[in-house]
Design a protein around this ligand. Structure first.
Ligand code: SF4
Length: 203
């Protein structure tokens, strides 16, 4: 049902390669994708790969990403990640979960975004929308993203994990909002145990 409703759901961050997606995902923390997409052309134009970003003066990076908020921390994180990619992984973004999560500010969610969208490796990236909608639908009782990820992985074949992530995010943004969810127009309302009681997912 969600696939029919959101047939074109995809990663909303603009990127040309795994490195750009990794950086854009780190930058998107507590910030909108639209804002990240606005600064990324200048960022990747000035620092087109791990080597260039690893050698960057952090203040020059801060200047570009200032509109995103938390820009000092984020600049430190992406320059630090670029240095580790150069030092430990030969200048290439690793394509294994165990390696990705060793990079600064890269947890399982960011790693799954990169693996699923840049490398074609199945994974479920649990953000606030995926967590909320999954709880409301009764697919998980968990609050911790890692446990939600495991619960969803047990419910769906791996071939659907990446698409499921995008559809849950699309549904969370457009209909199953944190406040004032649109249960009256919801395409999965007939299957949802939280219809009419959507505070369930917010706990
Ligand atoms: S019925 Fe309401 S709570 Fe359930 S998924 Fe739809 S919008 Fe969310």
């Amino acid at each position: 049902m969600l696939a029919r409703e959101y047939p074109d759901a995809r990663c909303a961050l603009n990127f040309e390669n795994p490195f750009e997606l990794l950086v854009a995902t780190v930058l998107s923390a507590l910030c909108t994708v639209v804002k990240v997409n606005l600064v990324s052309p200048e960022l990747f134009g000035s620092f087109p790969g791990p080597e260039a970003l690893a050698a960057a003066d952090p203040s020059a990076v801060e200047e570009i990403i200032k509109p995103l908020g938390l820009f000092r921390n984020k600049a430190r994180s992406i320059v630090g990640a670029a240095r580790e990619i150069c030092d430990k992984f030969g200048g290439r973004v690793p394509d294994r979960m165990d390696d990705l999560v060793t990079l600064p500010r890269v947890g399982r969610k960011t790693a799954n975004v990169v693996l699923g969208n840049a490398f074609g490796v199945p994974g479920i990236a649990v953000d606030t929308h995926v967590a909320r909608v999954s709880r409301r639908l009764g697919w998980t009782q968990a609050r911790e993203p890692d446990r939600i990820e495991v619960d969803l992985m047990g419910l769906f074949p791996s071939s659907r994990w990446v698409g499921l992530t995008h559809r849950l995010i699309a549904h969370g943004r457009s209909c199953c909002r944190a406040r004032n969810p649109g249960c009256g127009e919801c395409v999965v309302a007939s299957l949802c145990p939280s219809v009419g009681n959507p505070s369930v997912g917010n706990r």
